[in-house]
Design a protein around this ligand. Structure first.
Ligand SMILES: [Zn+2]
Length: 124
């Protein structure tokens, strides 16, 4: 048994020989290693997300689009979004909400924390 385990773990140890990492010792932190691979799930692109969430969205130029603001009662389109980066801003003087990505958009609209908004978008 001892001999078998030595042969089995030899290549694994060599792989992490030069690195200061907790994974070098056998059976330690395996769960964390797997969790790190699974964590950054893909979010929807800003293009698809805003097309579904904002009504009356109309592309203008350079990837910017105008639509009705979901943060206040909007008759004239005053909400502008960037379809590449997800940045948004409301140009209305009574509102003035802004952010730099779709996670920020969801967290401000629904009153969620960053982590909750991100989880919402992963399932979106
Ligand atoms: Zn607004």
């Amino acid at each position: 048994m001892k001999l078998y385990s030595r042969i089995r773990y030899a290549p694994f140890k060599e792989q992490f020989a030069g690195k200061k990492t907790a994974f070098a010792t056998k059976n330690s932190c395996c769960r964390r290693f797997i969790a790190h691979e699974e964590f950054p799930k893909e979010l929807p692109t800003a293009d698809d997300f805003y097309a579904a969430e904002i009504d009356g969205l109309k592309e203008y130029r350079n990837g910017w689009a105008w639509g009705h603001c979901p943060f206040h009662a909007d008759s004239n389109p005053s909400f502008t979004v960037n379809l590449d980066t997800g940045a948004f801003r409301c140009m209305s003087s009574c509102c003035g909400v802004s952010g730099s990505n779709i996670v920020s958009f969801v967290s401000q609209r629904d009153g969620l924390s960053y982590r909750e908004a991100r989880r919402f978008l992963e399932d979106w």
